[in-house]
Design a protein around this ligand. Structure first.
Ligand SMILES: Cc1ncc(COP(=O)(O)O)c(C=O)c1O
Length: 417
């Protein structure tokens, strides 16, 4: 007989919390004290001491020639387009299934986000949809490496090279991921990273750009530093209107220590995920995130399971999410919804220049992204895979318990997506 589900009045499988994030220790304390004592706290002069060291270390880690720190992973995408001199008004093709920042950054660069659907296996941008969406006005393609997958960089690199399009990787989820042994962020002309609190590498907030093009790097240095041309960063002819997007020394110092922790954290998570995938093998209605042999280092910002209601007595994905949450599992279903249905991508003509330009996103439909968002995906945050091995057991047991008691999950009508 199965145990009574917590959502039906039973005892939650997991009463205690999960592994705390971020991890830190004496190394971060020492780094912060070091910055404190220098009285050199800000990002100016740019790049400042810690930020300069971090740049070199991050570039080496990713395998790009240069890395330029900045304030966050939204502005970094805008800076990428500006540094590559994308024309305002040009179209930038990106995925409909991402965080709003991917699209709002394109708008902030004066460009038009053209949203396309994702692949059913990876939930990353569909290269065929990219090809179909390309017009004379397309200048760039911006894939997102989503959750624990990578966009098909073979197809996208080939397409962009053939069409002369800029390829910018949004790597906000993918610090350290590798495609055919090349780091995410080193494959396209530019890579963009977020160091916001939940990310695999974090200082609470922060961003990073990667490139191997020295002119682009020089422009980035200028763009993050109010348009200044500093000695050593003046090797390009233009003058551009810049931003103050400098990273503080506090952030850079913490990130340097966090970067040292990252390889071991990747290994720990990967081992726990392997174990979790084995443990849920016998649970009907759950499919593990797909593997692609070309992804030579798989990272997991969020581990995304595929849900099939037929294995759970017909309960909707959202009903099952609620049942899992009641068991103490901090999972999400609607982590993202298709951007044209996301209230954050507001169709406000005063703040959204794509709307002012006459784009009508409201009638567009992205069936694969919709299915993922409303019916199929279960998002598990990465700290679930950093704790002791008993955490993996609890996690798998929670899924098995909810599946076994699926008949008793209260059904709600509001799930229809
Ligand atoms: C895919 C994606 N792109 C861009 C961003 C924006 O990064 P940030 O929050 O640092 O501005 C995020 C972060 O939430 C993200 O998940």
């Amino acid at each position: 007989m199965s145990a009574t589900l917590a959502i039906a009045g039973g005892k939650p499988l997991r009463a205690k919390g999960w592994h705390p994030w971020p991890e830190y220790g004496e190394a971060e304390r020492t780094a912060l004290r070091r910055v404190l004592d220098t009285r050199n706290w800000g990002g100016f002069p740019s790049p400042n001491a810690e930020a300069g060291e971090l740049s070199a270390e991050f570039a080496r880690y990713v395998g790009s020639r240069f890395a330029v720190p900045c304030t966050n992973g939204t502005l970094s995408l805008t800076l990428a387009l500006q540094a590559a001199r994308v024309t305002p008004g040009a179209e930038v093709i990106t995925t409909a299934y991402t965080f709003v920042g991917t699209a709002s950054a394109i708008v902030a660069a004066g460009c038009i986000p053209v949203l396309v659907d994702v692949r059913p296996d990876t939930y990353c941008i569909d290269p065929d949809a990219v090809a179909a969406a390309r017009t004379e006005r397309t200048e760039a393609v911006m894939p997102v490496h989503l959750g624990c997958a990578m966009a098909d960089m073979d197809a996208l690199t080939e397409f962009c090279a053939r069409r002369g399009l800029l390829l910018v990787e949004d790597c906000a989820h993918a610090h350290g991921a590798q495609w055919r042994e090349r780091g995410a962020g080193s494959i396209g002309a530019l890579g963009s990273f977020s160091m916001q609190s939940t990310k695999l590498l974090t200082a609470g907030e922060g961003g990073m750009l990667t490139t191997s093009d020295p002119t682009v790097e020089q422009r980035l240095q200028s763009l993050v530093n109010c348009g200044r041309k500093e000695k050593g960063y003046d090797g390009f002819p233009e003058r551009m209107l810049g931003h103050n997007a400098r990273m503080t020394e506090w952030q850079a110092a913490v990130l340097r220590e966090q970067l040292r922790r990252l390889p071991e954290q990747h290994e720990r998570r990967a081992a726990r995920i392997d174990r979790f995938e084995k443990a849920i093998q016998g649970v009907p209605g759950l499919r593990p995130a797909p593997r692609d042999a070309r992804v030579t280092r798989r990272t997991a910002y969020q581990y995304i399971l595929r849900y099939d209601a037929r294995g759970f007595a017909g309960a909707s994905r959202d009903d099952v999410i609620r049942a899992l949450q009641a068991e103490g599992v901090p999972c999400a279903g609607r982590f993202y919804v298709p951007l044209n249905e996301d209230p954050l991508f507001a169709f406000d003509p005063l703040t959204n220049a794509a709307i002012r330009a006459g784009v009508d996103y409201s009638k567009q439909v992205f069936p694969i992204a919709r299915r993922a968002a409303y019916h199929e995906s279960i998002w598990l945050p990465h700290p679930l895979f950093l704790g002791p091995e008993t955490d993996v057991r609890d996690l798998a047991d929670a899924f098995a318990k909810v599946q076994a008691g699926a008949d008793s999950i209260p059904r709600r009508d509001a799930d229809a997506g």
